[in-house]
Design a protein around this ligand. Sequence first.
Ligand code: GTP
Ligand code: MG
Length: 584
Amino acid sequence: MAARGVGMLARLPLCAQRSQVLRPTHRLFSCPGTVAADVKREEQSSRNVETGSEGRTPKKKFSEVQKERREQAQRTVLIRCPNKISEKKFLKYLSQHGPINSHFFYESFGLYAVVEFSQKESVTSLQNVTRTPSMETEAAIPFKSRFFNLKMKNPSSQTSEQSCVQSSNHSPPSNKKLSELLCYAESMDDQLNTLLKEFQLTEEDIKLRYLTCSLIEDLAAAYFQDCTVRPFGSSVNSFGKLGCDLDMFLDLDEIGKLSTNKTSGNFLMEFQVKNVPSERIATQKILSVIGECLDHFGPGCVGVQKILNARCPLVRFSHQASGFQCDLTTNNRIALKSSELLYIYGTLDSRVRALVFSIRCWARAHSLTSSIPGSWITNFSLTMMVIFFLQRRSPPILPTLDYLKTLADAEDKCIIEGHNCTFIHDLNRIKPSGNTETLESLLKEFFEYFGNFAFNKNSINIRQGREQNKPESSPLHIQNPFETSLNISKNVNQSQLQKFVDLAQESAWILSQEDKDRPSPSSHQPWGLASLLQPSVLSSVSLAKKKRKKPASERIKNLLESIKSSSPENDTHTNGKRTVSTQA
Ligand code: GTP
Ligand code: MG
C-alpha cells in the first residue's frame, strides 16, 4: 500500500521504520505421509500457486478462492515449536483435538508449525487446554489467540526421540542461483517461466498469509464483532513475489447488515452508535484503536506504526512469526476490487504472470522500484503497464475493462462510493485470446513499446485499452481503473520516468543485438533475460547530465559499444562473476 499514502509517508522516517521489519528466510518442512508422498506433495505445493489453474478447468472465481482460503485459515493454528521435535509425536498430540487436514513447518527465527484441522471445533478444544504462561520477571497479558507456544514437559528425557523435521527451502533463489538457472534455460520463454516458478508465492506462503489475516481478525473482533480482515494486493492478485508485503483491510461493512432482513413487524431496530464528522475521521479512529490493540495485545505484532494522515490511512506492523510486513487499512473495497481485476487478468492467459514477474524483477534489478515510498514506479503501476501493453497487441491478449463490464450480469453489478466497479467475475465466460506470440517476442515488444511511448501527451488506460490524452501534467499518467479521475502513478517524477524509458530502450537494444549473436549455452554467459537483469551500462553514467543530441537508440548503441570494447568488465561476463540483482 506504499503508493497510496505517498505524500504523507514520504515525510516519515520510513527507512528507519522499514529496517525494523524482519524478513526471515522461510524454510518449510514436511507434511504427513510417506517420504515419497512428501516429496511429491512438496513439489506440487511449491509449484501450485493460487491461480496455477492454467490447464485446469474450470478456473475459480476470486470470491471462491477468498472464501475457501478464509474458511481454511479459521481452522488453522500457528505453533512455535522447540527447535528439535518429533513430528510423529507432535501430530499425535494435536490429533487429540480432532483430525488434521494438513500441516507444514517453517523457520523464521525459530521453528513454527502451521496446522490445519478439519473442524473449527478442534481449535476451541486446543484453546481450552492451553494455559497462559506464568512469567517470573514480567507480566503476561492474557489473550486467547490461535498462536501457541509448544513446550516440552521434560526436555531432557525426550532429547533422544526428537529429531529435526525434514526441510525444504522456499525462499526466493539467490541472485547467483537465479543467474545460473536463467543461463541454463533452453529458450527465453523458458527463462521467463523459470523466473515465475522461482518467485511466485508457494502454497504454504499463501496459507500463511491468510492465516495471518485471520489471526489479526481475531484481535480486531474483540472490538468489532463479526468484522472481517481480508488480504488484498499482490498477496491475492496472482502477482505476489515471495517476500512481498501483506496488504489487508478491515471490513466492517457486513456488521449488522445481515440482521436487517430478519426484522419483522412495524419497527426497525438500529444500534446506538457514536457519530463523527466524516468517514475519514471514522477510519482514523478505528485504525487508531486497532493499532493500539495490535501493539499492546497482538502476539507477534511488533513495530506498530499508525500512519493515519496518509491519503489512505493505515497501520503498519511486522508480524514477527510469519515474517510479513503488514499494512492494515479499512474501508478499502476499491483496492479489493482492483485485486480481483488483476487476478482475472493474471489467470486468463498463462503469459501474463510470466511477463509481469520478469518486468517486476527487471525493474527491481535496476532500482526502478523500491520498497521505500517515493518517486519510484510501483509494482502496481508496472502491472498496469503490462496489462495495457497486452491489450494493445494484435489480436489483443487481454480484454479491456470496458469489455469485461459488458460481459457482466446482474450479480456482478458493483458500485462502490459512487464508482462503477462492475465487471464479470466468472473467468470461464471470457473467451481466450487467439494471439500466439511467444514470451520472448512479448518481452522485446514491451521494451520497444514503452521505450517509444509518448508519455508527454498520452495516458495509459486499461478501461478502454487505448492511449488517451493526459488530463493533467504528471510525467506518468496511468488512470485508476475505478476511480477514473485519479492517476495511480502521480508520485513518479520526470527523472524516474526517464530512467524507465532509457532502460527500456537499452533492454530492447540488448535483445535485438542478441538476435544476431546469442552466446552459446556452453559459454555460460548471461543471455536473454539474464543479461537484462545485469547492472545497466546506463547506470554508470549520470542519467540526469546526459545530453540528448542523438536519438536514444544510437546513443545507447555507441555507449554500449565503447564500454564493451574498453572495459575489463567484459571478462567478468565470461567468468560469470557479474550478479543478477532482483531481490526486494
Ligand atoms: P507489491 O509491491 O508486491 O506489494 O504490490 P501490490 O500490488 O501489493 O502493491 P501495494 O502493496 O503498493 O498496494 C496494494 C494494493 O493497493 C494494490 O494492489 C492496489 O490494489 C492498491 N493500490 C496501490 N497503489 C495504489 C494507487 O496509487 N491507487 C490506487 N487506487 N490503488 C492503489
Ligand atoms: Mg503489497
